[in-house]
Design a protein around this ligand. Sequence first.
Ligand SMILES: [Zn+2]
Length: 187
Amino acid sequence: MNTSWVWLGDHLAVDFANTVKVVDGRTVELIGTREEFNSWYELVPAPLPHIDIRDSELVSLRTLRDVALRLLHAAAAGEALDTEDVSSINRTVRASSISRVLGATVGSTRLEAGDDFPALAGVLASAVVDLLAQPNIANLAVCPAPDCGQFFHRARPNQRWCSPGCGNRARVDRHRHRRNSPSEDGR
Ligand SMILES: [Zn+2]
């Protein structure tokens, strides 16, 4: 699938969870191949360890992504987090020997990690920790537009769609459904 990754630039955990989207109620994989993964990896704004990912590692990364997806869905719905998924994220962080150190300015930190697969998985798992550790993530939402279903952070409380494009698509879709509805066309 040719993907343009227009939604990139949110929190790293959100960008990671957004490597699937929902089309016609079906989940579509956006990092099914190394090429697809590399196109995401090159464009994602957060600094990530440099690795040339192997197929087996990509399988592990998708498993980690699925854990992140379930946790973010639970958080966005205000539900309890699955304890096995929480353990899985924490195991991945511990296995990575990454350190959060003080950044150059007050209030900033940065992650130190190696350049191997455990480091990459660890940085992505720590992003999930960082996102879900925030006391208030009420602005984390799932976009209900057709062909989206992705996470975003609401910029204002009543924001429904992740982007103007999704809002337009949802309105066109609603209009088409109304037109096709027999109860509303005069019969
Ligand atoms: Zn959307």
